[in-house]
Ligand binder design. Structure first.
Ligand SMILES: [Zn+2]
Length: 137
């Protein structure tokens, strides 16, 4: 997609990229193309899709393919973009980071500013991932 950095393929119709809406050192942005052509964006740091789209110089309409009028008029079934397994993997990674930071804290070490910021990112990501997991059947 235009306007996104470090886009990497992760299987058919799936990519990860740097999120343009926050200072993203890892690739926090997941991109999925659904069978009907719609693009799903999800920033694991918790950016709203509108902010991601705006920062990439796109509009929300760019996420939707030109739609042919469907004879039945029915909407395609909504799918959650991520499996529970993927969300759990991401959650485990963030908890691993939090665990290291907590171990430092427990050992009486001072937090550097970057550790403080990373702890906040871990907190935000865990919250976003847990919220996402609530919607997985
Ligand atoms: Zn983001």
């Amino acid at each position: 997609m235009a306007g996104l950095e470090r886009v990497r393929g992760r299987g058919p119709g799936r990519w990860v990229a740097r999120c343009p809406a926050h200072k993203d050192r890892t690739a926090s942005l997941s991109i999925r193309e659904l069978e009907d052509g719609r693009m799903l964006l999800h920033c694991f740091a918790g950016c709203a899709v509108e902010s991601v789209v705006a920062a990439a110089g796109l509009t929300l309409e760019d996420l939707f393919p030109p739609r042919a009028p469907s004879p039945g008029g029915g909407r395609p079934a909504e799918k959650r973009p991520f499996t529970a397994r993927e969300l759990l993997d991401a959650l485990a990674k963030e908890l691993g980071v939090a665990w290291v930071l907590l171990a430092d804290l427990a050992a009486g070490r001072e937090f550097a500013e970057k550790d403080r910021r990373r702890a906040q990112v871990a907190r935000d990501r865990c919250a976003a991932l847990i919220e996402e997991l609530r919607h997985v059947r």
